[in-house]
Ligand binder design. Structure first.
Ligand code: UDP
Ligand code: MG
Length: 332
């Protein structure tokens, strides 16, 4: 240390003064959130910014191609508060792309991802930072312990999804896990290294590993506005998760194909033997039709499964950007 030139020492000291407080980045994707954005900002101000004087904050809000006044609200917030940074996409790229953009631009030592609709309570950020500081963990994640207020059918499908994916994937998926989490810089750097086009963050966060502490909380309903997830969007999301983190569907198709082929072979031998001994008394159209339809159906299903993987390979090979930025107040 003492052998360092004076300039280096002064530079280090200056940097230390400039960055005496750790920086916390809060990444928050917004899509048509004009009603809830002002409420969110107010809640953050009250529960986080004014409570934690030992930290500096940057609030990175991503406008994911909203069609309402979200962008103009973001511009106003950024004008009024220098902690607010925003990125606006050229169209709707989805929450996953928005989170990726936010993480990419986050400069913090600690980085938090949360929804804007106040379903992720801002008060928990205080707790998360305490846990990160006191315990030697790299990440504080959250999970909902109840699904109160959620449609029954949605909860049932969500549970089935977690049961299936945990059986067929090596990555562990926690039931009720939210994207709401606070991570150290090293975790975010690892997450950003996964440049896949089809992003499934719940899986990516688990895949990168690191020591994670889980906080639990009860489901909270949206403060205003409405959910962007239709039932079919959620089904697509579940398929995305399975295909991104497991090749078991392909292996299942192979297994069923092998069993069916073996049975077909045995059946053929039996038919030949019967024909040799007793002749061929019945034409057997119904059984032929049934077997053809079953096999045809299975072949189409297997093709569909292969197609899901091929499509993702195709999209990845094209190397299209995950999002396109149209406007931002972040200087690079
Ligand atoms: N969101 C987004 N792009 C989308 C859909 C959603 O950025 O295409 C954001 C949305 O603004 C919110 C978060 O993702 O901050 C979660 O969305 P939502 O509350 O609709 O989902 P839910 O809580 O119902 O699962
Ligand atoms: Mg929500």
């Amino acid at each position: 240390m003492n052998d360092q030139p004076l300039v280096t020492k002064v530079n280090a000291a200056l940097l230390e003064i400039l960055r005496s407080k750790p920086l916390v980045s809060i990444v928050c994707p917004c899509y048509n959130e004009e009603t809830v954005l002002p409420l969110y900002y107010e809640a953050m101000q009250k529960a986080v910014f004014s409570q934690l004087a030992d930290y500096d904050f940057e609030l990175i809000l991503i406008n994911d191609g909203s069609k309402d006044k979200t962008l103009s609200i973001l511009r106003e917030l950024a004008k009024a508060d220098e902690r607010v940074r925003y990125i606006s996409f050229s169209r709707n790229f989805g929450k996953e792309a928005a989170m990726y953009a936010g993480l990419k631009h986050a400069m913090g030592d600690f980085i938090c991802v949360m929804d804007v609709d106040l379903q992720d309570p801002p008060e928990m950020i205080v707790q998360m930072l305490e846990r990160l500081k006191s315990e030697e963990c790299d990440c504080v994640a959250t999970r909902r312990v109840t699904r109160k207020g959620e449609p029954k059918i949605r909860s049932a499908f969500a549970r089935a999804f977690y049961r299936i994916i945990n059986k067929i994937s090596d990555t562990e998926f926690v039931d009720g896990a939210r994207d709401f989490r606070m991570m150290r810089r090293c975790v975010v750097d690892a997450v950003l290294e996964l440049g896949e086009y089809h992003r499934f963050s719940k899986g990516i966060f688990m895949w990168v590993g690191f020591d994670t502490v889980w906080l639990e909380y009860e489901n909270i309903e949206r403060a205003a506005g409405e959910t962007k997830w239709s039932f079919w969007k959620l089904v697509r999301y579940a398929i995305e998760g399975i295909v991104s983190f497991s090749i078991a569907p392909l292996q299942i198709a192979t297994a069923i194909g092998s069993v069916v082929s073996a049975l077909a072979l045995i059946y053929m031998v039996i038919r030949v033997v019967i024909a040799l001994i007793w002749g061929n008394p019945v034409a057997g159209y119904p059984s032929l039709l049934a077997i053809m339809l079953t096999l045809g159906g299975f072949v189409l299903l297997a093709l569909g499964i292969i197609g899901e993987y091929v499509a993702r390979t195709y999209m990845q090979v094209k190397q299209r950007p995950i999002y396109i930025q149209k406007e931002s107040n972040i200087k690079k």
